[in-house]
Design a protein around this ligand. Structure first.
Ligand code: HEM
Length: 360
């Protein structure tokens, strides 16, 4: 029943440990909702999140989570580009909150993309996570309406004998080469700092790029394991790079095999995505798997709710995705089906404070 502090310089749910259950929900403001209504909503949401993350029932409780502790609940709030014009705050739209450009392999569903407001909910217990979703959705009533909602999961705590990096639905160990909060320069790459002027409200914040990426699992699962490993550039069982060592051994992109060819193939995902191949571009990947039944064509509607965190999407996600587009061997096995980008401000720093107060 671990509690993750709600208050802090950064919102929880970015650099805090990944949970087993995730809900992403985007809202659009109602036509009559102005800046004051938005501020009141952020205040209600922050109060409810503060209570629930501490394991206390919120004001308007349906008792879904009544018997459980906080279960590592985190609630993270963000603002989409469209929020600013609707609230008369155009002058405060951060320059970094750019539109995500189209990519050649996109198959985006506009109804499941974008949104004025966004909430990321993570918890290690499914009822605690759904409870937060319902409470926050009710608190929006009259001000904002749900635009899209997605549900995801990761491995539950205690499922492995020792804590391990999670696996995705392709079976790969996913997250190994993420930047770590203890790395030098982590904060500067992931969080906004020392910004002045109309964007000062983003200090301590970060930008989230959200992509619903369906995996073409029927095609993927027909590939022999050795081929699958060459698509990523790592071993499937251990997560070790094909250049040798164990999961945590640094990838050696110039290593060659006995036949003189590159150990990590030229189109391997880890080669094309690596900071070394992208002028140092770094992002923190903190996503959830999803499996929402089957599509009309019989294929599983399953994949990754990919969430990338960075101080600037242009030099983070956009730069890396531009490189991956066309050059990444993984592209043939995935479809990006929705896209959104949100400015996620710093955290509420004390009881009574609320997320977004410096903007609103
Ligand atoms: C690394 C899977 C999409 C960026 C990895 C790794 C796996 C993986 C298995 C190696 C382990 C690790 O370091 O985490 C996937 C799957 C995807 C996907 C299954 C889609 C369904 C993306 C996208 C981006 C991205 C869209 C960015 C635009 C990265 C980066 C690394 C990485 C930066 C670390 C590379 C390094 O420094 O070694 N991915 N990935 N991935 N991926 Fe992805």
């Amino acid at each position: 029943a671990t509690a993750v502090p709600f208050h802090g310089r950064h919102q929880a749910g970015i650099a805090t440990p990944l949970q087993a259950c995730g809900h992403l929900i985007a809202f659009d403001l109602r036509p009559d909702a102005d800046r004051r209504a938005a501020a009141a909503l952020m205040r209600r949401w922050s109060q409810a999140a503060e209570a629930m993350t501490a394991g206390r029932p919120p004001g308007d409780d349906d008792q879904i989570a009544l018997d459980a502790g906080p279960s590592s609940l985190t609630v993270t709030f963000g603002f989409g580009r469209t929020f600013f014009a609707k609230t008369g705050l155009e002058s405060r739209l951060p320059a970094a909150l750019v539109e995500i450009p189209p990519f050649s392999a996109d198959a985006l569903d506009r109804t499941r993309s974008g949104g004025d407001l966004w909430i990321q909910i993570g918890a290690d217990d499914p009822l605690v996570a759904v409870h937060a979703l319902r409470v926050l959705q009710r608190a929006a009533s009259g001000t904002a309406e749900a635009r899209w909602q997605m549900n995801g999961f990761n491995r539950a705590p205690g499922a492995t004998r020792r804590p391990m990096t999670v696996r995705n639905l392709m079976g790969q160990i996913d997250g190994t080469n993420n930047p770590r909060p203890s790395d030098t320069g982590f904060d500067a790459k992931i969080f906004v700092s020392r910004t002045t002027g109309p964007e000062a409200w983003m200090n301590g914040g970060s930008y989230a790029v959200v992509r619903r990426i369906r995996m073409l699992l029927d095609t993927w699962e027909r590939l022999p394991t050795a081929r699958q490993e060459r698509v990523i550039g790592r071993r499937k069982d251990s997560g070790a790079p094909l250049s040798g060592g164990t999961e945590t051994t640094p990838v050696n992109l110039s290593a060659t095999g006995p036949d003189g060819t590159l150990a990590v193939p030229g189109d391997a995902h880890v080669r094309v995505a690596a900071p070394e191949s992208n002028g140092g571009a770094t992002l923190l990947r903190r996503g959830f798997s999803y499996h929402d039944g089957h599509r009309a064509d019989g294929a599983p509607d399953a994949g990754l709710l990919f969430i990338a965190w960075q101080a600037d999407p242009t030099t983070g996600f956009i730069q890396v995705q531009r490189k991956l587009d066309g050059a990444d061997g993984l592209t043939r096995f995935i479809r990006h089906e929705s896209s959104a980008v949100f400015a996620v401000p710093g955290g509420a720093t004390a009881p009574g404070d609320y997320v977004g107060r410096a903007l609103l």
